[in-house]
Each structure stands twice: as C-alpha cells, then as structure tokens.
Design a protein around this ligand. Structure first.
Ligand code: FES
Length: 564
C-alpha cells in the first residue's frame, strides 16, 4: 500500500502540519488533490551537460513519467550526481561512492513509494544499485542504452575499443593526423553509452541478469523506439511496485542473483571493473561477492557473446539477436532460473516467453563458443595475497606462463614521466609494474592498469607485455594485464616491496602470481616502507581513510550492511 506524500515527513514535531505544508507547496505548483493522493514514483535522472552518454536521460524521464501516469501514479523527476568517465577528475571511481551516498540519502529523504533510476555510464548503475540496496526502496534500473556503432571508410567503429586502437596507431606513427581526425568524428556517432562490452554495457547486462531491470533493458540502443517503450513500461511497473510495496532490492539481490551475474560476466567477456562493483553491491546487502566462485564459474562457462573487444559485434547486434534472455537460454544449465526480477517474473519465466530467434554468430551456442577458455581469472600468490584479476580473453596466451624481471613505476606521474624515455632500461622480457594506483594510492583506483607499451619497444613491434598493478583497466582495453592486486601498495601490500630487477613469476593455469624474493629480504624492505601522505581535507581525505580494498568493492567501510 503506497503512502505517497504522507511518507518521510519533514520533522517539525507536528506530522499533520508537515503534510499540510508539503501539500501546500505542491498545490502552489498547480497540483490537484486527486493527483497528490496517487502513488508516487521517483524518476531519478542523471541528465547533465557534462555527461554526453546520458544525453537522452530527459527524454527517457518523460517516457517513464508517461508510464507512471498511465498506470495511475504520480511521477516526480529528481536529479542526482551524474558521472561520465571522461569528465571526472581524477577518476570517476573516486566519486562512485559519493554518488551512491547521494542516491541512498535521496531515496531515504524523498516521499516516494518506488523509484526508476536512469543510469548508464560506467559508475552510475553501480552507484544507483549500491544506494538503492542500502535504502531498500522498491527500485528499478533503466539503462540509457548503448550508442549505435560508428562507420568509417568501410569499418564499423566502437567506443572505446577503437578509440584505443586508433590512438595507439597514431602514437606509433602508422596513422596520420588527418585520418585520425576523420575517424574521431565517427567514434561516438550517437548519444548513449559505449557500444562494446565495456563497463557500461557490462553493468547494464549484470543489472538485468540480477533482476533489476525489465527484460531487454540492457541491450536496446539508446536511440531506439524499444528503449523508449522500455522506459514507459518501467514507469508502469514502478507503479505496481509502489502499490505492492515491492519487490524491494533486498528481495532481488540474493546469492543466486550474484552467482548468475558471475555466469553472465564470464559468458559476455565483461569488464573486470564488474568485480569491484559486484563486491560493493553485495556488501550493501550484507553478502560477500565470491571471487573464487567467479573463477570456478569461468572454468565451466565459455565466452558465448561475440561482441567487441573480445569479438566483432556491437550492443545493437546483441539486441537484435534477442539480448540477454537469448543468452540466458543458452546458459540455462549454468544459471539459477528461479532468481526473481523486478517484473515479478523469474529468469525462467522470461526465457519461456521470449521470442525464439537468435543470431548464432552473435550469441554463440555452447558447442561453438567465441572462446573456450574463461574470460576472467583470479590469481593468488605472495604478490597478491587477497587476489588479482586478469582478463584472459584480452591477453596473449603465450604470456600465460611468464617469468621475468620487474621494471617498477612508483606512481602514475612516474609512469607518465618515464615510459617513453629512450633511456628506459626495458626489454621485451620485462614485466611492467605500476604501484600506488589502487583505491588509497591514487586515490580512486584509476583505469591505468593497461600501461602503454614503451615507445622504444612499440617501435620494434612489441604489442603486448605482462603488466601488473593495483589499478583497474577499462573494459574496452586489452593486453596481458594483471589488475586489482590486493592489498594495494599504498595499504602496505607486497606490491610496495617490489624493486627493479626482482623476478616475477605468473602461471595462469595454476592461478599463481609470485614475487621471487625470499621472505627475509621482503621483511627488511617492509621495515623501511612508509605509507604515502594522505590528502589534507575533504572528500578525498574521507575516501582514503574509509575505502575498502578491491576485493571488498572499494566501498566505504561504514556503508556495508554489517556496518549498520
Ligand atoms: Fe560513458 Fe563509455 S564513457 S559509457
């Protein structure tokens, strides 16, 4: 039963007066008593001129509002922080928790019975889910949807996999500036999120798989009629949730939903950033995201989705091939089909009614996968006692067993200063190590893990090397890149103790990553180690003092459910 405007009254010590005042202000805005007695659905809009990925958010908010009114509810559109990857200094990850707090506190403060949260660009859907789970208000996610693919001189282009490829060619001198400029115009040809299986697409797919969207909501292109219809339907469904009082996020996010997310993450060859976000989302529900289970799932679940950067297609092709329900059908033996969705259906119900058509080249059958090996593996060893991640599908198999000397960069600044120095003492036998780029060290764990190949090696044709760091990597990047080394260097992890020339051994088959330095020497180095200075004030200070490590999601320790 919805409480509408009567919920969460401002505390004046007189509830009747608080409601009288609240209704008065809305009457002053022209609302009738009939309108004000309806169930209230909040429409969380992340529209911002600084977020071009969300350019369609105002139009989607209108479509959601239409659906709310058609179902007899009253919509209220309201803003929160909006984060775009390319407009968030120093990195959007630093601000994800701030957005999650904004979402949580607005959902606790506003008189809404249910909410539709419009998100998309990488950190926004994770932040919305984190906040909604903590507030535990009936909540539904509406992704803004992906851009259409670009077309340039006979080639389909995808942001940002091709942004990186084209920029690397320009850096290597194989692409001239006029050609770079022409391609630049086509890399992001419409509004929407990056149209490859980067972090935005990954998190939309995982939100749908965990039951937080209507079916098909992850894949419909940003500029399609399907997207607008899904927005309207989301508004209608939110009214049903407002009247029923649920389902609430606590009823949707179960261990089965998280395991299903791991299955889909492996099968879609999704972004490694999802590991951090899933751990944070789970923590808000008092659950822990099991990296070991993700690794075990990966050994059984091949990559079925043929999307860039691992494959060749784009999100619009995935949608035309049936989207996630088509993929779930192919993965049915690996999924818990009894998991619920905000639609009131289970994944099994959705599969049963979804159209049978599927394009076998886009959504591969289990016996003809895009890749038989797992997409993401978790490494452990004395260099990463709490784990590290590697995206095998983006790496070079010849480097899966590696032993070589380390070349260490102390920080992002050090990396920028020296990586292209002709005097850099590096060979193709080295592994590049970047530290102090983790949650505390950077701070905010930027997507700096795919260190550039040193120019002098690139000129000799070297295209990949083992790279190890406590940073993250964009879902659109590639290379033999070991990420999320935990604990990070700035928290005193063993990564802080590596010196130039130390041998590092990695064996992906054994899931091991080792620093081949004896314990006595590591103990002497540890005695000399000092933590980096903290930011002096403000949000950055709060962040480094309370952020958890990557395996716990880089959330604030006081926001996990067991911190209540
Ligand atoms: Fe927004 Fe890629 S920058 S989704």
């Amino acid at each position: 039963m919805s409480k509408g405007l009567r919920s969460r009254l401002t505390q004046y010590g007189d509830a009747g007066f608080a409601l009288f005042l609240r209704r008065g202000f809305l009457k002053g805005a022209g609302f009738t008593d009939d309108a004000l007695d309806r169930p209230i659905v909040g429409v969380l809009s992340t529209a911002s001129d600084f977020n071009p990925c969300h350019k369609t958010a105002p139009m989607l908010a209108q479509a959601v509002a239409r659906g709310v009114r058609l179902a007899g509810g009253l919509p209220f559109v309201f803003p929160t922080i909006s984060l775009h990857e390319a407009f968030s200094f120093p990195t959007s990850m630093l601000l994800r928790n701030l957005m999650a707090m904004d979402v949580e506190e607005m959902l606790r403060a506003l008189p809404l019975d249910a909410v539709v949260m419009i998100g998309g660009c990488d950190k926004t859907i994770p932040a919305e889910l984190m906040g909604a789970i903590s507030a535990d208000v009936p909540s539904l996610v509406l992704p803004v949807g992906a851009m259409l693919a670009g077309r340039h001189e006979g080639t389909r282009l995808g942001a940002c996999t091709d942004c990186r490829r084209i920029w690397a060619a320009y850096r290597a001198g194989t692409l001239a500036e006029p050609d770079l400029d022409r391609a630049h115009d086509q890399l992001m040809p419409t509004s929407g999120t990056c149209m490859v299986m980067g972090t935005a697409s990954t998190m939309a797919c995982l939100a749908e798989t965990m039951g937080f969207t209507l079916p098909g909501a992850a894949s419909a292109p940003a500029v399609s009629a399907d997207r607008v219809r899904i927005a309207e339907a989301s508004g209608r469904q939110a009214v049903r949730m407002a009247i029923a009082g649920g389902p609430k996020p606590s009823e949707i996010l179960t261990p089965a939903a998280l395991r299903n997310a791991s299955v889909v993450l492996q099968a879609t060859c999704g972004s490694t950033n999802a590991l951090v976000h899933l751990a944070a989302i789970a923590g808000r529900a008092g659950l822990s995201y099991d990296l070991g289970e993700l690794d075990r799932v990966g050994r059984d679940v091949p990559v079925l989705l043929n999307l860039k950067p691992a494959g060749s297609h784009f999100m619009e092709d995935f949608h035309a091939s049936g989207g996630l329900p088509a993929l779930w059908r192919r993965l049915r033996e690996h999924l818990d089909l009894s998991a619920r969705t905000v639609n009131g259906e289970t994944l099994g119900d959705v599969i049963a009614r979804w159209p049978a058509y599927v394009d076998d080249d886009v959504v591969r059958p289990l016996d003809r996968p895009l890749a038989r090996s797992e997409a993401i593996a978790i490494l452990n060893g004395n260099l990463a006692p709490q784990g590290a991640a590697i995206k095998l599908a983006a790496a070079t198999p010849a480097l899966f067993r590696f032993a070589g000397p380390a070349l260490v960069f102390e920080s992002l600044d050090d990396l920028a200063r020296r990586i292209d120095d002709p005097a850099l003492p590096v060979t193709d036998k080295h592994c590049l190590v970047l530290r102090n780029a983790g949650p505390v060290g950077a701070p905010g764990m930027p997507e700096a893990g795919a260190l550039p190949i040193p120019k002098k090696l690139g000129a000799k044709g070297v295209t990949d090397m083992v790279r190890i760091s406590d940073a993250r990597m964009s879902g659109t990047a590639f290379g033999t890149v070991v990420l999320h080394v935990t604990p990070e260097a700035a928290a005193g992890g063993p990564l802080a103790l590596v010196r130039d020339g130390d041998m590092i051994r990695m064996d992906v088959g054994e899931r091991r990553i080792e620093l081949m330095v004896d314990a006595g020497e590591l103990g002497r180095r540890r005695a000399q180690w000092r933590p980096p200075a903290k930011p002096a004030r403000g949000y950055a200070r709060l962040y480094v003092e309370r952020v958890t490590q990557a395996d716990k999601g880089c959330d604030f320790d006081f926001l996990a459910q067991d911190a209540r």
